[in-house]
Design a protein around this ligand. Structure first.
Ligand code: IMP
Ligand code: MG
Length: 187
């Protein structure tokens, strides 16, 4: 699929190299959905997705589940400082709107890098005393990890390359690109 017409003119499309096709992203997501459906068979799960990056992954993931009841909610964090990685200071732009106390919770993330945003989200969710709390991430980039985190469900582990597409942005651009691309000249 050629999606180069989705790159804005001020980006050079040659800087972006294809990493996963839309089809491959669906296969990765199906695999995660199958594991979750098996582990939580017959139960309900509150899927709490972190905005904005995980919107596409969440939409795919919940539609691929089988035999589990899904509640869905969002938290929107604003990271103070840089756009490519978080420094650990956050404010909550949009908080939980459902009751997750005594519910199984899965925190849905598109990518975990340094890990500070997930660490912050985990602590926020733990305040509500869920029955269980696990993390599902489509991509894990553990190389620069600064906090201890063990996501239970990982789609793909990636090297320390900045990736764009499938919900993930570069300065708010590229969320609507269907494949996943990585920057040719990393970071
Ligand atoms: P961290 O795990 O706290 O470093 O934060 C991860 C956040 O940085 C994610 O929620 C993304 O918004 C952003 N991020 C990290 N790596 C990438 C990437 O490769 N592409 C797009 N956004 C990224
Ligand atoms: Mg971003």
């Amino acid at each position: 699929m050629n999606e180069l017409n989705k790159f804005p003119h001020n980006f050079e499309s040659e800087q972006f190299l294809p990493l996963f096709t839309p089809q491959e992203l669906q296969e990765i997501t199906q695999n995660l959905a199958d594991q979750i459906s098996k582990d939580y068979a017959g139960q309900s799960i509150a899927f709490i997705a972190s905005l904005k990056g995980s919107m596409i992954f969440l939409a795919d993931l919940v539609r691929k589940l089988n035999g589990v009841k899904a509640y869905i909610d969002f938290i929107h964090l604003q990271s103070v400082g840089r756009t490519k990685e978080s420094l650990g200071s956050f404010s909550i732009l949009n908080d939980l709107s459902i009751d997750i106390t005594n519910h199984h919770v899965l925190l849905v993330k598109e990518v975990i890098d340094v890990g500070r945003s997930v660490d912050f989200l985990k602590k926020r969710l733990q305040l509500e005393n869920p029955k269980s709390l696990e993390i599902v991430t489509l991509f894990d980039k553990p190389q620069k990890r600064k906090v201890e985190l063990t996501p239970k469900y990982i789609g793909k582990t990636l090297p320390d390359h900045f990736v764009v597409g499938h919900g993930l942005d570069l300065d708010q651009f590229g969320r609507n690109i269907q494949g996943l691309y990585h920057l040719k000249y990393p970071n």
